[in-house]
Write a protein that binds this ligand. Sequence first.
Ligand code: PLP
Length: 368
Amino acid sequence: MPPRIAVTRSSMPDFEEYCRLIAPLWESRWLTNCGANHEDLSRELEGYLEVGGVSLFVNGHSALECVIEAMRLEGEVITTPFTFASTTHAFVRHGLRPVFCDIKADDFTLDPAGIEFLINENTCAIAPVHVYGNVCDNEAIESVAAKYGLKVIYDAAHAFGVRKNGRGVASFGDASMFSFHATKVFNTIEGGAIASNNGRLHEDLAVWRNFGISGPETVEFAGGNSKMNEFCAVMGLCNLKRADVEISRRRCAFERYQERLEGVRGIGVPIDQAGVERNYAYYPIVLSPEEFGAHRDEVFSVLALNGIGARKYFYPLVSDFECYRSRFDSNATPVARKVSSNVLTLPLFADLSIADVDRICDVILMCG
Ligand SMILES: *Cc1c(COP(=O)(O)O)cnc(C)c1O
């Protein structure tokens, strides 16, 4: 049997280079709390992501929780059920009520046409997700938000380096959360960030992420602790140098998938969004069981039998989680429900060979 293919594989820098950059830490003994590497990485990411400010965090989820605290959000937030647990949990853990809006069938992002009906006097924010790196309809979303005075916080965990009409997505809305988890396009082992052009917000985040401590003898807020350490920041500095190369290598695998699967009856493949420069973070397919001749779960099992990891991502819908399902009805978001039942993300990482993509496609096509 050929070797196993995992669904993802972390990008890592040259070992010697990483060691060279961490070596000075044995002299400085400054391991966390805005060390030199932390500061360098923040500035470099501001340039790379084309945004006024980047605040770093221990992970993306904590970054999202921290921005919710710093913005002092209360009430209801309009969001999507077609996302990772983190997006919804972050709001719920801060006492907010998620209100689920359906997604678009072509790019799986929040459908702006559904937002306005869900707004009431308790609504404080909209939390859209750039699913698989597909960019949300930010113009439509932000125009509804402006009309009702709502904050827009993007979950941009999948959208590192993505640009739309020549502009980095990091500057959209009031703030964007990025994840630098080991499995993402760019990683700091664990890590995350809030990107925003609002300088005041970054000042607040710096206090909130460090126990609410704003001076040697001043503790302003009941903040948590979610600071990025120097070892992770160095990982980020090394990986950032390679980010463009990583993305172009992902692109080769992605394009091979498109060549093999586009036009196959019953397989929906990623669409091209006008004006968007992708990051090739994921390769999702949406199977139509009647037309393709096999259900997603069957394809998933056959891939597994062949040593190929795929992921039902995102399944189940957040509104169907044990912790939420008694409070929500996923029939209220039929598009999300249908996509979630039929989607499969295929292996995609920089080291994935074209031969492996072909092997994966052969197995899938055999199922139909
Ligand atoms: C990875 C991810 C997160 C959470 O990021 P962490 O860095 O793992 O905390 C949140 N939302 C989405 C959509 C993600 O994919």
